[in-house]
Design a protein around this ligand. Structure first.
Ligand code: GUN
Length: 288
């Protein structure tokens, strides 16, 4: 049986349409959400992501302030820019596109972003709040994965969710969000010895490793929901996920495509966090 496609593009478009309405209402009250996007160097993938983010801002009515900076910037200069953006009232959210070029201390820069403007949700304040089940910015990719499950009425409660990948920006927060929704959660990673058996237990299988087609069809439980968070470029220049889509769709009940799944959702949730940041900074109660 072929799986039902989880259409991330459509779910993202719905979220963006709602945000556009909300932004218009906020603007009528004198609140104009703004996002600063910092791109250092010339990484082609980063350039592409940043232009998608700027385009999304434009469509929703969020002001975007682009800072495209040569890779020769020093740590001190970049730090000064972050400080300026932290203090700029027109900037509600700050996004520093990763990875930063070699020689720059990524962690120090990310941690310098004011917690009130950390729309990526990568900083200690956001991640601490996630662990504590307190409202806060949720990292965009895992938040997007949860929104896709929600849109297709896939309730994690009581289900076994397996997250393959333990990164701070995707795997760990996604595991916590699934736990928050009452799933039984396993986090698998590169040192997991029996990955196939672990994956075969998953009612919800989330792949966030960054390795093309590493999740093969025989690792999918019949009827599972498969959320593919990988974005990999093959030698032929094709974009593929971490899951062997053609094989997996024969066993899964639901599956996200790559592209058209997690990618557009990440951008939609960044817009969501920026609107949230603007509301929070205007004293409007913060609920997620
Ligand atoms: N690089 C790849 N994905 C992301 C993301 O979601 N946020 C940032 N800041 N950099 C990235």
């Amino acid at each position: 049986m072929a799986a039902e496609l989880i259409d991330g593009k459509k779910v993202a478009a719905d979220i963006r349409a709602k945000l556009a309405t909300e932004v218009a209402e906020l603007k009528a009250k004198g609140i104009a959400p703004g996002l600063a996007v910092v791109l250092v160097g010339e990484n082609p993938a980063s350039q592409k992501y940043v232009s998608s983010k700027e385009k999304a801002c434009g469509e929703i009515g969020i002001a975007s302030f682009a800072h495209k900076i040569p890779a020769t910037i020093t740590q001190a200069e970049l730090r000064t820019l972050i400080d300026q953006l932290n203090g700029d009232p027109k900037v509600n959210g700050i996004l520093v596109q990763l990875p930063l070029p070699k020689g720059l201390d990524e962690k120090e820069i990310m941690n310098r972003i004011s917690p009130a403007k950390d729309v990526d949700g990568f900083g200690p304040d956001a991640l601490g709040k996630l662990v504590l089940d307190e409202p806060g910015f949720i990292a965009c990719t895992p938040h997007g994965a949860m929104k896709m499950l929600e849109a297709y009425q896939i309730d994690p409660k009581g289900k076994h969710a397996v997250v393959v990948g333990r990164s701070v920006i995707v795997g760990k927060p996604l595991a916590l969000l699934l736990l928050r929704k009452h799933a039984t959660v396993t986090i698998a990673h590169s040192r997991t010895t029996n990955l196939k058996e672990v994956c075969l237990k998953a009612d919800i299988l989330c792949a966030a490793v960054g390795k093309a087609k590493m999740i093969t069809g025989d690792m999918i439980k019949e009827g599972a929901a498969v959320i593919d968070i990988g974005i990999n470029v093959t030698a032929e220049g094709k974009i593929v996920g971490d899951v062997d889509f053609d094989a997996a769709k024969e066993r899964a009940a639901y599956i996200t495509p790559v592209p058209g799944g997690a990618g557009p959702m990440t951008i939609a949730m960044l817009m969501y966090n920026t609107v949230l940041a603007a509301k929070m900074q205007a004293g409007i109660p913060f609920t997620v």
